[in-house]
Write a protein that binds this ligand. Structure first.
Ligand code: ARG
Length: 267
């Protein structure tokens, strides 16, 4: 995670960002501290990368790269405003002791567009991450990557439209092209389909640890849907980060276990 010490909305690269609507940075900091404390309360270890002045979106650590097992692929951002975050996250990932750290050649916004789902990766394209980046990730991680087309600019990253829940997913079908929605429906017949109202508050931008689901406290229907399936939703208020188009998942780069490690753990 990256503390929002330099967070602001000083440019607009997605429809959520309005430079005339100022953010309350102290409130953003307090909300972020609460998210971090919530992860820790539920037993999750948090590493923090230092923010850099002039890179207000660096708080959205999910975009810095993708980590699976001992491999890390650092990001290459689509917009010049965020370009310098790529090398910053690369350097940081390099210091974490992974055995392979590679800088993406193609436009790749990290876990914003790559969702690790067991032994496959679901990947979004259409607004940021390129289709070529999907192929690059497939080679680097040696895992199949399923490309999905995002078509609604409000849901410009895959993690705004889809959340992995262990063996299944939750998603907002209208954020995807007809063909991609059909692919998801066939692959996950038991998925949770999320309402537009919950998608619109970035309710899908959550993190699931297998049981707890950390998500925006503004989602109204999704918490009940999760409880019905045996998950425990934990609501968090990130109203200030929402002004930049981000929520819980955006603030979180997960270090995923590799599929082989999970198999080993499952015994
Ligand atoms: N303002 C940031 C951008 O538009 C928000 C990034 C949100 N991150 C995410 N993983 N969806 O790039």
């Amino acid at each position: 995670m990256c503390r929002p010490d330099h967070f602001e909305v000083s440019y607009a690269i997605n429809p959520w960002m309005d430079i005339s609507d100022p953010v309350d940075r102290d409130l953003a900091l307090a909300q972020w501290d609460t998210l971090r404390a919530t992860y820790e309360r539920y037993g999750h270890h948090v590493e923090v990368i230092e923010g850099i002045p002039g890179l207000p979106d660096m708080v959205f650590a999910a975009n810095g790269g993708v980590v699976i097992g001992d491999r890390a692929l650092s990001a290459r951002f689509a917009n010049p405003e965020r370009a310098a975050e790529g090398p910053a996250y690369h350097e940081w990932l390099d210091e974490q002791g992974f055995s392979q750290v590679q800088a993406a050649r193609e436009i790749n916004e990290g876990e914003g567009d790559f969702a690790v789902a067991g032994d496959r990766i679901l990947a979004g394209t259409g607004f940021r991450t390129s289709r070529d980046a999907h192929r690059e990730a497939e080679e680097f991680f040696e895992l199949p990557v399923v490309s999905l087309d995002l078509i609604d600019e409000r849901f410009y990253h895959l993690d705004t439209a889809l959340m992995v829940l262990g063996d299944t997913i939750a998603y907002y079908p209208a954020a995807f092209s007809g063909e991609s929605a059909r692919v998801l429906a066939a692959m996950y017949p038991d998925a949770i389909l999320v309402t537009e109202a919950d998608a619109e508050v970035l309710g899908l931008n959550g993190v699931c640890d297998g049981y707890h689901v950390f998500l925006s406290d503004r989602a109204t229907t999704l918490p009940g849907q999760l409880r019905e399936r045996g998950y425990e939703p934990i609501g968090v208020d990130l109203s200030e980060l929402l002004k930049s188009g981000g929520s819980v998942k955006c603030c979180t780069m997960e270090f995923h276990r590799s599929a082989t490690e999970s198999t080993a753990l499952a015994g």
